[in-house]
Design a protein around this ligand. Structure first.
Ligand SMILES: [Fe+2]
Ligand SMILES: [Fe+2]
Length: 179
């Protein structure tokens, strides 16, 4: 994504966060056929804006013709790790600014433990939420493939994706990037 497009995307993403509304009953019915009851409970522990983000990622995949249930479950749960540290609305802009202006320092801040209450918390959440989310999903009985997709959703993929998991991971990242 070009820098100007990314800036527009960030503004749009921030606006989605501001105007986020609880899910409609048809959204809830749609996700209830994808997630098991424990996963569903985990999903609803997310902030409303994260629930909406997850549903948009899931819909983007479905509308592109991808209906693998393990992939759709990963789409709905990929950011659940953020509930571990109660993300704040300003986390995303802080991380984007930090990674753009001070990349080395941002990596250092991200490595400073769980840091839930510290000012470097946004960087820790950004780095660690895939692992936290994968552990939470595993404890709710998510399939090993779904858990792995959640754990790897920020991983930079190289070259052609040969395995089923890597093909699904590329799709998840493509849909996540648009939402
Ligand atoms: Fe994420
Ligand atoms: Fe995401």
């Amino acid at each position: 994504m070009e820098t100007s497009n990314r800036a527009v995307y960030r503004v749009w993403q921030f606006w989605q966060l501001v105007i986020a509304q609880p899910l409609e009953s048809e959204d809830e019915a749609e996700i209830a056929v994808i997630l098991n009851p424990d996963e569903l409970e985990l999903f609803f522990r997310q902030h409303i804006s994260e629930q909406q983000h997850a549903v948009r990622v899931m819909r983007t995949l479905k509308e592109a013709g991808h209906d693998d249930v393990e992939l759709l479950a990963a789409a709905l749960l990929h950011d659940v790790g953020k509930i571990e540290a109660r993300s704040k609305w300003w986390d995303r802009p802080v991380v984007v600014l930090g990674q753009t202006l001070l990349p080395a320092q941002s990596a250092h801040w991200a490595s400073r433990g769980k840091g839930k209450d510290d000012w470097h918390r946004p960087f820790v959440i950004k780095k660690c939420h895939p692992d936290w989310g994968a552990a939470a999903a595993a404890s709710c009985g998510s399939s090993p493939l779904t858990v792995s997709l959640i754990r790897r959703h920020q991983e930079r993929l190289k070259g052609n994706q040969q395995s089923k998991e890597e093909r699904l991971l590329a799709l998840l990242q493509w849909a996540d990037d648009q939402n």
